[in-house]
Design a protein around this ligand. Structure first.
Ligand code: ZN
Ligand code: ZN
Length: 411
């Protein structure tokens, strides 16, 4: 305490409240508030002053904070009122403090040293948080608060920063006409023009809109964002147990949704287009996992055969592809937007489901990122080996459907 006193004597001529005095030594000792610590430091200073025949430290109005801590109950009431606009289980307080106060605080740090001091914002956040908790009984959450109440201490003005809501599910896409995500019109960038019939969109709807447009009004959010575990081509169906996704709703007013009812509504409205299942609440962490996942995929492909080939030959060729690697150069059809690279991909298996004269149906499982159409037609030799080449007759893809995402998340 001797060191504390020596340093504290450097500010004995300033008019400081107990909070601001105690906060200079916030990291000395534990278990007390800055206010209590301030009282103790003041007593030490006054003792020392008395021994020198001086009167006690003067305190009328705090030079540093202008008695801002007296306003904590008022801030807490403003926060409590504002928080009633949204649904939440936990919260966190943030404060905007007058830069003049912070400058004064730094001036004191230059006199007593900064190593034991706590910034005024931290104490305000904590004290307002405690006072709000006393009013609403909700937990303060530091890591992932559902809502941050930002208090501007100059005007007791409160703004809310509401954390997004995340909903996990798996979708099936039953139409070859719609994309996975909302796609702004290329001509007008979404403003609306002749090309898009003033919709601002390239497509009338999407998997994202079929799901998000139903959930958004219930959550009373601002916008929805779609995070899929990969995507299929527009003209591909997504069948089987569906593709995992997380829908993100920004600034939701409502956080408790009846997901079973929403699932029913999405599926009713989406008949013939989109179905969802397994809806449950999710997290930002799961969004990251879903974006990083690279699961194997299972496909069903309808192939046109442009020449003569018999079933025996097809079976023989397909067997050679089991558990093999192929090398794919970036396909011609995506080369305008992707770098021209050579990549190795693993074919787990290819099986023949059906064959007629000029058509066959294949089922195959491949590593994530395999260009299946190119595997079939060869892409002018950019995929090696490829099915057309091995069969000795040109093959083209009539339709391609994803029938399984082999991921480890729950089905
Ligand atoms: Zn003060
Ligand atoms: Zn347009």
């Amino acid at each position: 305490m001797k060191e504390v006193l020596e340093r504290a004597l450097n500010v004995q001529d300033r008019d400081l409240c107990d909070h601001c005095l105690g906060r200079l030594f916030a990291h000395v000792g534990t278990g007390t508030t800055n206010g209590e610590r301030g009282k103790e430091v003041r007593a030490l200073i006054d003792q020392d002053r008395a021994s020198r025949g001086l009167g006690p430290m003067q305190h009328e109005r705090c030079w540093l904070c202008d008695e801002v801590f007296e306003q904590v109950p008022r801030f807490a009431e403003a926060v409590d009122l504002k928080l009633q606009e949204v649904q939440f289980d936990n919260f966190l307080i943030g404060t905007r403090v007058d830069p003049v106060l912070q400058a004064r605080e730094e001036e004191l740090w230059s006199l007593v040293g900064q190593e034991h001091a706590e910034p005024i914002k931290s104490e305000l956040n904590r004290e307002i948080g405690k006072a709000v908790f006393a009013l609403n009984g909700k937990e303060v959450e530091f890591k992932n608060p559902q809502v941050v109440a930002l208090v501007d201490t100059r005007f007791a003005h409160v703004e809310l920063d509401v954390a997004p809501l995340f909903v996990y599910g798996r979708y099936r896409k039953l139409s070859r006409e719609i994309p996975q995500t909302k796609w702004p019109c290329r001509v007008c960038q979404g403003k609306g023009c002749q090309r898009c019939g003033n919709t601002g969109k390239m497509y009338q709807t999407s998997v994202q809109e079929q799901i998000g447009d139903v959930i958004l009004p219930y959550a009373k959010g601002k916008e929805h964002f779609f995070h899929g575990m990969g995507r299929e081509d527009i003209d591909a169906l997504m069948l089987g147990t569906g593709r995992p996704f997380v829908l993100e709703i920004s600034s939701p007013v409502i956080r408790t949704l009846d997901l079973d009812a929403l699932q029913g509504e999405i599926n009713e409205r989406g008949k013939g287009l989109v179905e969802v299942g397994h809806l449950r609440s999710s997290t930002r962490e799961e969004v990251r996992q879903i974006k990083d996942a690279a699961p194997d995929k299972e496909y069903r492909v309808q192939v046109s055969i442009h020449g003569k080939v018999n079933k025996g030959k097809v079976d023989e060729v397909l067997r050679t592809f089991n558990r093999t690697r192929i090398v794919q150069r970036t396909p011609v059809r995506v080369s305008h937007r992707r770098a021209d690279l050579k990549r190795e991909r693993y074919i787990v298996y290819v099986v023949l489901e059906d064959i007629q004269d000029e058509r066959m149906t294949l089922r195959l499982r491949t590593e994530s990122g395999t260009y299946v159409k190119e595997f079939v037609h060869g892409d002018e030799g950019r995929t090696e080996p490829n099915l057309s080449e091995m069969l000795g007759v040109p093959c083209t893809v009539d339709s391609l459907d994803v029938i399984g995402i082999i991921d480890s998340s729950e089905v």
